[in-house]
Design a binder for this molecule. Structure first.
Ligand code: ADP
Ligand code: TRP
Length: 326
């Protein structure tokens, strides 16, 4: 049997290009070589959206449509919903017993999110325990790799530390997962900061063509005159254009930037066209898939049943290590 891979995303809205090039595209490629498990982290969404969980169901559907359109294949991959697999909740409880509170309080995302989401009260037990839940999500499948963007690496490190503590306390040898990054682990948004839903600088992966065009054309550039040479390293249009180029094309754009005589309007137009050529066919597939909501839930229920089988085995080992063998 091939090595396992596991990753998840919170259903908090439509995916953007950062999610795609930082993680999802890699998830799709990894299906060729590994036994993959991908899931919708709806419990994790509740840690921040507990006051208004109203649209959680439709958010799950939209996210799974994005996954399927991008090429996640439920026939090969176990695609599931976290809250439909009850082993996650039980393992979370067991791991919470051994988690020192100071470890949670010093997780970088903890303070950051409390500051960023100042309109919500995140001083809850559930939100503090976010990395414990993420850790058991991983440990229930014994993956070799966890493909994520760079902002999730601290959570995987936390998990490795917690697993070492578990192994030490109960004299077992649970495997420590490794993060797996893409070549673009931190895709910039329209303003040059990391692309993120919460910064309002994102381009939706499956935005309608015209909306995407407007967003791309609005990227801020410097005021170097057309005739002058330009610096690709500091140009956001170049960074986004590169995502859609192979090596030869990227080199060619690099050369044209440095040579001068290229307008930013021209590179933006190329970006719009490259985006549409890559994403247009996937968007059309998504529109087809979106007609069958019941079909999506059938896939998710079957995947969740499979995930329950796999995770139950590993949960048994966890219970056994602790001594809950009755
Ligand atoms: P957001 O920051 O928009 O809320 P999430 O935190 O839900 O995105 O991220 C889901 C996945 O996508 C994670 O694996 C994360 O590391 C990855 N990711 C998010 N934004 C980016 C980005 N700008 N560049 C690369 N990867 C990203
Ligand atoms: N915290 C991750 C994010 O925001 C989502 C997630 C939950 C996850 N459980 C996981 C990612 C387990 C990898 C493995 O994107």
């Amino acid at each position: 049997m091939t090595a396992a891979v596991l990753s998840g995303m919170r259903p908090t809205g439509r995916l953007h290009l950062g999610n795609y090039f930082g993680a999802l595209k890699n998830w799709v490629a990894l299906q060729e070589k590994y036994t993959c498990h991908y899931f919708v982290a709806d419990f994790h969404a509740l840690t921040t959206a507990y006051e208004s969980p109203g649209d959680v169901k439709s958010n799950v559907e939209e996210m799974v449509l994005d996954f399927l359109a991008a090429g996640i294949d439920p026939a090969r991959t176990t695609l599931f919903v976290q809250s439909l697999v009850p082993t996650h909740a039980e393992a979370h409880l067991l791991f919470s017993m051994i988690t020192p509170i100071p470890w949670l309080e010093r997780t970088p995302s903890y303070k950051e999110m409390i500051e960023n989401l100042a309109d919500r009260d995140l001083r809850t037990y559930g939100f503090l325990g976010y990395p414990v839940l993420q850790c058991v999500d991983i440990m229930l499948y014994h993956p070799k790799y966890v493909p994520v963007g760079v902002d999730q690496v601290a959570h995987i490190e936390f998990c490795r530390e917690l697993v070492r503590r578990f192994n030490h306390l109960y004299d077992v040898d649970l495997p420590q997962p490794e993060p797996l990054l893409t070549e673009t682990p931190k895709v910039p948004g329209l303003d040059g900061r990391k692309m993120s839903k919460s910064y309002g600088n994102a381009i939706e992966l499956f935005a309608p063509k015209e909306e995407a065009r407007k967003r791309f054309m609005s990227i801020k550039t410097d005021s170097t005159p057309v005739a002058e040479p330009k610096t690709p390293e500091t140009c956001n249009v170049f960074a986004l254009l590169s995502l859609f180029c192979d090596d030869a094309e990227r080199k060619d754009w690099d050369r044209r930037y440095r040579a001068g005589g290229l307008s930013y309007a021209e590179s933006k137009k190329a970006l719009v066209e490259k985006y549409e050529a890559a994403i247009g066919p996937l968007r059309a597939k998504r529109d087809e898939l979106a007609k069958d909501r019941a079909g999506i839930w059938k896939i998710l229920r079957e995947g969740s049943d499979r995930a329950l089988d796999i995770s139950s085995k590993h949960l048994k080992e966890i219970r056994k290590a602790i001594g809950l063998t009755y």
